[in-house]
Design a protein around this ligand. Structure first.
Ligand SMILES: NC(=O)c1ccc[n+]([C@@H]2O[C@H](COP(=O)([O-])OP(=O)(O)OC[C@H]3O[C@@H](n4cnc5c(N)ncnc54)[C@H](OP(=O)(O)O)[C@@H]3O)[C@@H](O)[C@H]2O)c1
Length: 296
């Protein structure tokens, strides 16, 4: 399908842009003329990504910012830095936010703020970053938020009250819940922001050959993923769906909030549970210290 809409002159932020799906999404957007702000957590990996971008797209308009998204103060600082950068460039609104950064943690790990790591990086960071960027995400005419979910959500259930105290902790279940949270967040965001210029989409990138589960301490997960990922696609494939969700005009009228391979998909039953979505929103506000106001 030929996509509609140009990205020339648009400004996009992509988290987790130093590797895998995020890096290739950055290349896809920059290749279409967008000014892209990539977010990474590690300076050496940012330098490596910048070198690859220079090699593939020497004229790309790309700038990286450093933030560990597991730490809320760093998410808040990042939002300030992004808004300062836009101001410096005389830009009033952010056109695209791709919440892509994600982790898999085999063993229970807590952030210095006491949040379970998968919940912190995969759900609360997108939730908080989106919230902090709302002033620039709602000041244009067509603005989009894409949050990287996964088919893994399909088996997930969620006891919202126990989300930050999972017992027993099982890495794959925590990951699946965080990916369910991505779709519930997208659903509740669209309900609350209905009538505004900003639209949120969650996407399933499919099985992708990246290093996601090779980066953590769990040896068993590393072994399983080292085999499983070989069956995955190149990250260039889901990057095309990111690009599609960033620029296709017809999807703004679509009632669907979950996409894969440029097509709408029916998410799992729990991902369509409005009560769960509202409870998760309330808990997320509490865990991020955000005042919970519902404009509807
Ligand atoms: N691979 C798959 O099959 C698959 C399937 C479904 C969904 N997904 C989702 O796709 C997204 C991208 O994953 P991927 O497979 O491309 O993995 P990846 O190659 O490991 O990329 C993850 C990115 O997130 C960054 N990141 C991790 N923790 C962070 C933190 N605390 N602060 C800031 N950045 C952080 C990583 O930085 P570093 O480069 O420093 O590690 C990297 O840039 C994730 O949300 C994942 O859940 C992946």
């Amino acid at each position: 399908m030929t996509p509609s809409g140009s990205l020339a002159g648009k400004t996009a932020v992509i988290t987790g842009a130093t590797a895998g799906i995020g890096l290739y999404s950055l290349l896809a957007l920059a290749g279409e003329g967008a000014n892209v702000i990539g977010v990474g957590r590690n300076e050496a990996r940012i330098l490596k990504a910048e070198a690859l971008i220079r090699e593939k797209l020497p004229d790309a308009q790309v700038k990286y910012l450093l933030a560990d998204l597991s730490i809320q103060s760093q998410v808040r600082n990042l939002a300030v830095e992004i808004q300062d950068l836009l101001k410096e460039r005389g830009i009033k609104s952010l056109d695209i936010l791709v919440n892509n950064a994600g982790v898999y943690a085999q063993h229970l790990t807590r952030t210095p703020e006491g949040i379970e790591l998968t919940l912190a990086v995969n759900h609360l960071a997108p939730f908080l970053l989106t919230h902090e960027l709302l002033p620039v995400l709602t000041s244009g005419t067509d603005q989009r938020i894409i949050t990287m979910s996964s088919f893994a959500h399909i088996r997930a259930s969620m006891n919202v009250g126990r989300l930050n105290n999972p017992f027993p902790y099982v890495g794959i279940l925590a990951y699946a819940r965080s990916k369910l949270a991505n779709i519930l967040f997208t659903r509740e965001f669209n309900r609350r922001m209905s009538g505004s210029p900003v639209h949120a989409f969650a996407m399933d990138p499919g099985l992708v050959n990246t290093e996601i589960a090779l980066k953590e301490r769990g040896v068993e997960s590393q072994i399983v993923w080292s085999f499983r990922r070989k069956k995955g696609s190149s990250p260039e494939i889901p990057a095309q769906t990111v690009l599609y969700l960033c620029r296709e005009k017809s999807i703004l009228q679509s009632p669907h909030n979950y996409w894969r391979d440029t097509q709408p998909k029916q998410p799992g039953r729990n991902a369509m549970n409005d009560r769960m979505a509202a409870e998760l929103w309330n808990l997320s506000c509490e865990l991020c210290g955000i005042q919970n106001t519902d404009p509807q």
